[in-house]
Ligand binder design. Structure first.
Ligand code: PLP
Length: 457
């Protein structure tokens, strides 16, 4: 692209790029790390200075099949030559989109009927919320519109999706959340449970608190509940025992739709095809992105279940075509990439692989880190893992935020050759590497994490 050296590229980056989730002033002054990434292979990524890191977060939990996947790259190149783009408005179709939609609906199974494609997890959730509203308007209950999400849930950073997100960092100074959203209890047993409360009892309390919120708002005003099967950006928190069963009991009672946000959990990350399958969820909408194409190209989707689908069809019978869509809904090239990705996922038995190496990882992580004087909890499922750091793990007293313990340990981890993520809530180190990771590479992450925790504090 150019013959520019690292410093010249940094200079351009600092002068022209508006980075997400970044301290803008520090970046302009050159006080942020500002690595310029240049290449990658398998689970490793390196920058223009040749510094190679084991990518323990798979980009942003998205490069599930790993870097350098020739089959996906070739599928993209073939499709780019043949037909890079044809829109799918007003019933026009393409081969990659038709094949991908079938593959996705079949991969989820259950009662799923159609897929609406977008480009990001955020836009897929925007679509879901619009369709929830359309659904209730068509059913003649226009007051049933509120959406309930969880504190510490993450569903994107648009106007509606940023409101669904239950993390203050994404609300502050943006006038969010919008009034259509309510937040309920975070299902994090270690942090939220009362002394001596079992996981099951805690799950039932979460459901009771959800029910109390619904009753306070008026069940006739509450349209949908959205949740990630495993809470992701809020701290990588698998649900406590019985949680989703208890939540379903409440949603069914008040005729409230369920949106399973599978942007992180979908396509094998938990060792099942979807997190919904692992936890017995029966969603009406399933949000997918990231692992759908392993990030080779941006693509997302809303998988729609039959009770919503039949109402959408009825709506168009009465009122004509549905006025929703993006130019790049069902982008031909992105669909070709996703199709190649799903084929590989099956051919390479990735689910079996995750079920094999996941438990190994969690056992090793626990052996090295659980019980350390500043480790409150080591948790995870499949290829998702987190270490929660606490000043006093037994009393559950966190470190003072100013100490930036999580950020400093993540920086040490980087010096030790591994990229982990300091999650945006509390001092939590998160890991979500490519699903193809081997036991040997897991050892590298675990050893580097133990060393970084030990030497930083
Ligand atoms: N939903 C979940 C569960 C996510 O983790 C994310 C992103 O991390 C999103 C939605 C938003 O996806 P995007 O960043 O592609 O808009």
């Amino acid at each position: 692209l150019s013959n520019l050296g690292t410093e010249q590229l940094r200079e351009k980056d600092r002068s022209f790029v508006f980075h997400p989730s970044t301290h803008l002033a520090k970046h302009s002054r050159g006080e942020t790390p500002n690595r310029i990434m240049a290449g990658a292979e398998g689970v490793y990524i390196w920058d223009t200075e040749g510094r190679k890191s084991l990518d323990g977060f798979g980009g942003l939990y998205c490069v599930n099949m790993g870097y350098g996947c020739t089959e996906i790259a070739e599928a993209i190149a073939r499709q780019a030559h043949e037909l890079p783009f044809a829109h799918v408005y007003a019933s026009q179709g393409t081969e990659p989109v038709a094949l991908l939609a079938e593959a996705v609906v079949e991969y989820f199974g259950q009662n799923m009927r159609r897929v609406f494609f977008g480009l990001s997890g955020s836009d897929a959730n925007e679509t879901n919320i619009k369709l929830v509203w359309y659904y209730n308007n068509i059913l003649g209950r226009p007051e049933k519109k509120k959406i309930i999400s969880r504190h510490r849930g993450y569903h994107g950073s648009g106007l509606v999706t940023g409101s669904l997100t239950g993390l203050a960092f994404f609300h502050n100074f943006f006038d969010l959340p919008l009034d259509l959203v309510r937040h309920t209890t975070t299902p994090h047993h270690y942090r939220q449970a009362h002394d001596g409360e079992s996981e099951q009892a805690f799950s039932e309390r979460c459901a009771d608190e959800l029910e109390a919120l619904i009753l306070a708002e008026g069940p006739e005003t509450v349209a949908a509940f959205i949740g990630e099967p495993v809470l992701g950006t809020g701290g990588i928190v698998p649900p406590p025992k019985g949680y989703w069963t208890a939540i379903h009991g409440v949603l069914d009672k008040y005729d409230i739709l369920l949106i399973a946000d599978e942007v992180v959990c979908g396509f094998g990350r938990t060792g099942e095809k979807f997190g919904s399958h692992l936890y017995g969820m029966r969603p009406d909408f399933v949000t997918i992105a990231k692992g759908l194409s392993s990030a080779y190209l941006p693509i997302s989707g809303s998988i729609i279940g039959d009770r919503v689908w039949s109402v959408l069809e009825q709506g168009t019978e009465k009122h004509g075509a549905l006025g929703h869509g993006w130019t790049y809904s069902g982008h031909t090239l992105c669909a070709a990439a996703a199709l190649a990705n799903i084929r590989l996922l099956k051919e390479r038995n990735i689910l079996e692989h995750v079920r094999d190496v996941g438990p190994y990882w969690h056992a090793r992580m626990n052996a090295e880190l659980a019980g350390h004087p500043i480790v409150g909890e080591v948790r995870g499922v499949g290829i998702l893992s987190a270490v929660e750091l606490m000043r006093d793990p037994k009393q559950r007293i966190p470190f003072e935020p100013d100490l930036q313990v999580g950020v400093r340990i993540a920086a040490a981890l980087f010096e030790n050759g591994v990229i982990g993520r300091a999650m945006p809530h509390g001092d939590i180190l998160g890991f979500a590497p490519p699903l193809i990771i081997t036991r040997k590479e897991i050892d590298i992450i675990v050893d580097a994490t133990a060393k970084s925790v030990e030497t930083t504090y």
